[in-house]
Design a protein around this ligand. Structure first.
Ligand SMILES: [Zn+2]
Ligand SMILES: [Zn+2]
Length: 124
């Protein structure tokens, strides 16, 4: 019962934010609602929610994973100056998958695309 509650709070906190927090950042937010929760519990539940397909783990480069409450395919932009990760308001290109299949004969199940550059704040 208590375990289900913890998992629910973790999912709620992750779905309430658009900033793709690292586990440590999410842990700080969850602890405001459940002071007794441990980092290990938060991390274990993140992996469980990921395995259930309810959230996404973003592995961008070699830094610590970021977590995304939106499990639908969408693209991300990472600012290489300040490190913020934001969702791109660009429709995923599923035609791409058919094109790659035709060109290569491979059976594509899904794809990922990450964009990098500088955000407006860092450009100014
Ligand atoms: Zn930036
Ligand atoms: Zn996202």
């Amino acid at each position: 019962m208590r375990k289900t509650f913890q998992r629910q709070v973790i999912l709620e906190e992750l779905r309430a934010t658009r900033d793709h927090p690292r586990a440590a950042e999410l842990y700080a937010r969850v602890r405001q609602r459940i002071p007794t929760v441990s980092f290990g519990t938060v991390y274990r539940n993140l992996r469980m929610l990921r395995d259930q397909g309810l959230i996404q783990e973003l592995t961008l480069g070699d830094e610590a994973s970021r977590w995304d409450g939106n499990h639908h395919l969408h693209y991300h932009f990472t600012c290489q100056a300040c490190g913020q990760v934001q969702d791109l308001k660009v429709e995923p290109d599923f035609c791409w998958e058919a094109e790659v299949e035709q060109l290569t004969g491979l059976a594509i199940t899904h794809h990922r695309a990450e964009f990098y550059g500088q955000c407006p704040d860092c450009l100014n």
